[in-house]
Structure formats: structure tokens, C-alpha cells
Design a protein around this ligand. Structure first.
Ligand code: F6R
Ligand code: MG
Ligand code: MG
Length: 373
């Protein structure tokens, strides 16, 4: 059996500092302590703890495969412990995303977001993980389309024979809980027809068509559909694999040279421009945003994240770069335009998307006062 390496990025909003703003140090240290112990115990081989806004992010690399109960339990217990600490410190929204009480072997459907990719390591395997706050998994539809299907964005689709044959996209219908696989370039128009509806159809996986090599995996959930009411946006994560017959690192990043509008932002109820940022700016401020996204690059090597001599993983903070200044500038321009519209559509989400927010309670008060016109 060929050796398999698994990259697991599991995240959760366990509580944050000064509103839904950032995960403070004491909670990050709980992540650090528990993952360090798991590495010493041999459960995982490498880890990196970080945050994007109010979401605690646990990146691990191991050889246990996807949906492994021990790995998921490690994440679940860490989130529980961090939520307990958050409650002690009276941080805001302590335990917000821990929607279920008893752990049953897998964190999927329990509140935390999960992206996991099991790979057979190639000669060299560059990986990029993306994590966003104040938005949902539909925010990856546009960049994933550009990366793996748009020849005007990914030059390799034209120039690299390794990509001839295109890519296959698994799209989830999060309302009906169904999925479909669509192949590009042949079914490009159908794919766009689906994934243009970003609140309902979300790309969950991408494979290279000629050999079914896994290329990208996203965390697709709708917390509101799990909880039955608004409990924050899903603040998604995504893992992409780069180079040598796959889109180059730069082809994976180039869609983020421009900002674009995503669902989320204040109270998960608005369209807002996404802002690519380095880890130092991964915090939400104006109107609880604008929605932020970070991209971290690393090499997977022999079941680990390639690291320095002490085993510290080597992580590249991709958006901490002037190449994304234009997108940041655009974010501010679009944000100020949208905010001038206040609570009028299309600045606020459409009515169907508002169904799971507290707006329905507000409108409920008027229900009996409507008379036939
Ligand atoms: C959006 C988000 C925030 C909160 C907002 C109100 O995902 O987390 O924008 O919705 O700050 O929060 P509460 O209702 O907790 O005061
Ligand atoms: Mg939150
Ligand atoms: Mg969040």
C-alpha cells in the first residue's frame, strides 16, 4: 500500500476578544499545548495553530486518514478546553460553534469546520491552505472556478499538457444535502450556472480529470442549517495542491489580486468585499469585517510539514505581500460603497438568505398587523 499523508484543517469559533474580533493568546496556547502533546504522542506528525478573526484554526499533518476519530477527538477536546477558558475569561461568544454536547467520533455536523485531504505524496507537494472569517464556503466558488477551470486566469490550462483533460468539481447543494460532479471544460456553463448561487451550491472537492488526483477540498457546511437558526457564518477553510501538472502556486493566488463580494460580514447578513491579508491583519473590525482571508503555504514531506532542524514547520504567509495591496484597496472602496446603502438590498442579503437570521423575529412582530390591501 502506498504511504498516505493527511492534511487536516479543523476550525471553530470558541470565543473571542472584544466581540467577534480575534482569538486571544490564552486560547491559541491551548491549541499549541494540545497539538504539541499529540505530536509527542505520535498521533500527528506536524501542526500549526493560528487564527483568522474569531476562529481558532488547527492545522495538522498525520498518517491516520480523513475523518479519523482520534484526530477529530483531538480537535474537539481542544475546542472544548479553549471554550472553557473563554468562558472563564468571559470572552465573547464562548463555545459559539460547539453546537452539540456529546462527541460521536467526527466533528462534522457538530459546528467546527473541516477540510481534510489525504494524498499520496508526489516528489514534492506544495500545499496552500485558505481560511476566511465572516463569510461562508460559497466564497471559494469564484476563486476555485478561476484556478481550475478558467484559462484566462490559469495559464497552465492552456500551456501545460499535464492539465489537458481539465478538472472535475464536486458541488454540494447545502439546502437539499445532495452533491453532483461536473467536469470542465465540457460542462463549464453548467458549473457556473450552479456555483453562481453561492449561498446554496458550494464546491467541496476538485480532482484532476485524467487521473482523479485530488487537488482541492473545502469545508462545506451551513451552521444555520445544523442549528436551525443563525449562529454565525461558517467561516470556511480550503486546502489546495499546487504545481507539476496542477495550477502553479501563483495561479492559485492570482484570483485574489482583486477583491470580490461574498456573503457574510456584519451579522452574516450582508454582501461584503473579501480582503486577502497576512496573519497579522487577520482580524475583523469595520462593520465586523470586512471579511478576511489568509493563505498559508507549505511543503508536505514524508508525512510531515517540511520544517527546520527543530521540527518547526516552515509556513509561508502568502497574502502578507504587496502583490495584494490592490485587492486590499479595492476592498475598502467596495466596502465604503456598500455601507453607504445601509440596510437596503443588495447591500443586505436577499430575503431567502435572511431566513435564518434574527430578522425573521423582527418581522414576526408585524405579521398580524398585515391586512388585505
Ligand atoms: C458575523 C459575526 C458578527 C455578529 C455581530 C452581532 O459572523 O460574528 O458580525 O453577528 O457582532 O453579534 P451578537 O449578536 O453576538 O452581539
Ligand atoms: Mg464568530
Ligand atoms: Mg468567525
Amino acid at each position: 500500500m502506498p504511504r498516505k499523508t493527511t492534511i487536516s484543517l479543523i476550525k471553530c469559533d470558541v470565543g473571542s476578544l472584544a466581540g467577534h474580533h480575534v482569538v486571544p493568546e490564552p486560547l491559541l496556547s491551548i491549541g499549541e499545548k494540545n497539538l504539541k502533546k499529540a505530536r509527542e504522542d505520535g498521533l500527528i506528525n506536524s501542526y500549526y495553530v493560528f487564527h483568522v478573526g474569531d476562529d481558532l484554526q488547527l492545522l495538522t499533518v498525520h498518517e491516520k486518514g480523513g475523518s479519523n476519530p482520534e484526530i477529530h477527538k483531538l480537535a474537539w477536546n481542544t475546542f472544548q478546553e479553549a471554550a472553557k477558558k473563554a468562558a472563564e475569561l468571559k470572552l465573547y461568544g464562548a463555545g459559539q460553534d460547539l453546537l452539540k454536547n456529546a462527541f460521536s467520533g467526527n466533528v462534522r455536523g457538530m459546528g467546527p469546520g473541516v477540510a481534510e485531504m489525504e494524498i499520496e505524496e508526489r516528489g514534492s507537494d506544495p500545499i496552500v491552505v485558505f481560511a476566511a472569517d465572516k463569510t461562508s464556503a460559497g466564497c471559494f466558488n469564484l476563486p476555485l472556478f478561476k484556478i481550475f477551470a478558467d484559462p484566462m486566469s490559469t495559464a497552465g490550462l492552456i500551456i501545460d499538457p499535464g492539465m489537458a483533460g481539465g478538472f472535475k468539481f464536486e458541488v454540494m447543494d447545502v439546502k437539499e444535502n445532495k452533491k453532483v460532479v461536473v467536469k470542465c471544460p465540457e460542462e463549464m456553463y453548467e458549473l457556473i450556472a450552479l456555483i453562481g448561487t453561492v449561498g446554496r451550491y458550494m464546491i467541496s472537492r476538485v480532482w484532476r480529470a485524467r487521473d482523479d488526483l485530488i487537488c482541492a477540498v473545502g469545508s462545506v457546511t451551513r451552521l444555520s442549517l445544523i442549528a436551525g437558526k443563525y449562529v454565525g457564518k461558517d467561516d470556511p477553510v480550503m486546502i489546495a495542491r499546487a504545481q507539476h501538472g496542477l495550477p502553479a502556486l501563483g495561479e492559485i493566488l492570482v484570483p485574489f489580486m482583486h477583491s470580490y463580494l461574498v456573503q457574510g460580514w456584519m451579522r452574516g447578513s450582508h454582501w461584503g468585499p473579501i480582503m486577502p491579508v497576512g496573519l497579522k491583519d487577520a482580524k475583523c473590525t469595520a462593520f465586523d469585517g470586512p471579511p478576511r482571508i489568509v493563505a498559508l503555504g507549505f511543503q508536505v514531506a514524508n508525512g510531515k510539514i517540511a520544517g527546520d532542524d527543530e521540527g518547526k514547520p516552515m509556513i509561508a504567509d502568502m497574502f502578507d505581500d504587496p502583490a495584494f495591496d490592490l485587492a486590499r484597496r479595492e476592498t475598502l472602496d467596495y466596502a465604503s460603497m456598500l455601507r453607504r446603502m445601509g440596510e437596503f438590498e443588495p447591500a443586505r442579503l436577499g430575503v431567502e438568505e435572511m431566513e435564518y437570521t434574527s430578522l425573521s423575529k423582527v418581522l414576526g412582530k408585524l405579521k398580524d398587523r398585515f391586512k388585505p390591501a
